[in-house]
Every structure is written in structure tokens, then in C-alpha cells.
Design a protein around this ligand. Sequence first.
Ligand SMILES: [Zn+2]
Length: 335
Amino acid sequence: MSISLYNSIPKIDAHLHLNTNRYTLAEIALMNDFRILTINTEVPFFPELNKQQSLAADSPTKFSERIDFITSFTTENWGKFGWQDKAIEQIEHGLNRGAVGVKIWKNIGMELTDREGNYIMADHPSFAPIYSFLAENNIPLLAHLGEPRNCWLPVSEMTVTSDAEYFSGHPQYHMYLHPEFPSYKEQLKARDRLLADHPNLKFIGAHLASLEWSVDEIAKWLDQHPNSGVDLAERVCHLQHQASGEPKKVKEFIMAYQDRIIYGSDQIDDGSLPENNLKATLQEKWLNEFLFFSEHNVQTAWNVEKPFLGLGLKETVLKKIFHDNALSYYPQLRS
Ligand SMILES: [Zn+2]
């Protein structure tokens, strides 16, 4: 029953990364009645921001209706005189090309430092003109700040096996091993101070606002920040993990915040996966994650240790999470 529902409702994947000039993601989207929002991000191993932007903005006509993008700005010249003006210019250029919002990334808080080696946090006064520009112009800011809480825990205490595998394989990113970096709490506090300083900013906390480990914590944060929403990119497994113990609580959370949760897969296409492989991976992810929200049966996922109960949400709620909320948080998607 739910598979036919999956096939019959229009959907938006509001967080993925189109980083190559093949359009396989758009083809899969076409087959599955998805629109896709590619998030331009200042990641060292991604193509340059300009390149990421033009992959979306200059996509072939056949796909242009299906692909939207969120722009970003470089922090390369951070601290140099007038760098904020250049950043705002870069944002304006992105908006003129059709961007529906602006992204900031965890390099703010976890990588960028001043000359003395102090980490530059998201609420650093140097960013204020940029946030003010966004707030004044009603431009949504999507922020991936901090990391999942697992990143600061020993591997044995991590809640999902995908995190345990990733951080075991990438000890350089495993913050539990690097106490010299600002802590999990410091990352979130800086983010919340930035929101306090810019109460009119429309803000989307990527990856369940890095509070993925507890629906209670996400709920508290959403209550404190009425202008904010969250996206689910690559964090559905954390809801599944919680649904293996307390499915009712997870369902109540989704019902209570059904207008503020935006679906996204965080799928990256950098050309490295063979097309068929990418197709199978993304289609399976989309469908399985949809079925977690739509079905009310016992399910499993490769990265969640125990079986969990699907949430069995009604069609009206599914439509919000998989479609309508993206339009309400990124209104430019409508045009
Ligand atoms: Zn992402």
C-alpha cells in the first residue's frame, strides 16, 4: 500500500550533492517523482563552489525544472579587509542565478582559525553582516554546524554502526580523540548565540541540527527557535535507532513538529559510483526511508543494530515531510 503511496505523491529531496557533470541524480529523481535540491558546500574534496553552482544553474533544459540549488560563500579570505562584502557579493550572484538559500558548513567551528590559532565559531562577530543581509532579505540559511554527538564519543558508545565505521576509519575526524577542538556543546552554543543575535533569520538546522541522538533535544531546540526547521539528511537512522526502543515517542515527535521537518538524503554524486550502482543505492534509500515513516511494521536497516518499528504516518504528514515543508522553508523553490 505504501509503495503505491510512495509512487503517487510528489517528493523533494532537499539535501543532496550534485558534484559532477552527469545528471544521473536528476534521472533517478525523474523516475521517482522527486525534485532535488543540491547543496553547494565549501568542502575541500568537493568541486569549487562556482563549479558546484553551475552544475545546477546550467543543467540541461530537460532537468532544469527538477534541480534547484543552495549557494554558499568562501571563507578562504576570512579576516582580510572587506571579505564580508565579497562573501555577500558571492551570495547575491548565487541568488541571481536562482539559488533558494545559503549554506554554511562545519569548517566554521571545526577548521577555520584566526592568526593565534583560535577556532572561529558560527557566532563570531565577523559573520554578523552576512547573517544580517540574509535576515533582511528573507533568505534562508541552511547550517551544518558541529557533527553528530557520536563524533565526540568513544566508538564503543556510538549509537549507529555507520558512525562507528566512519569514525573508526577516519580517526582524524573523530573528535573524541581530539580534545583540542571546540567541544560538541561549544559548537551548539555558538549556533544558538548566532540565532539569538539574529532572531529574524530563517534557519534550517541540517542533519537534525546535530541533535539527532534525542528527539527530546530536537523538540526543545525547535521550541526555543520558532523561525527554525531541521532537515533529515543522512540522519534518518538516528530516528530509527530511537524507534527501536521508543517508537511511540519518535512518532509523537514527528506529529508535533510535522511542519518543521524536511526530508533529505545527503546522497553525493561525484561520478565515482557506476550509474547503475548509484541508481540502486539512492532508490533503495529513498524508498526504505519513506517506508520507515509510512509503514507500521517491524523493519531493519544496515546501520541500525536492532529492528525498529515503522512510524505509520498518515499521507498528509508524509506529504509535508517529503514535499511541502521544503517549499515552506525555501519559498523560492516554488518559482
Ligand atoms: Zn550534505
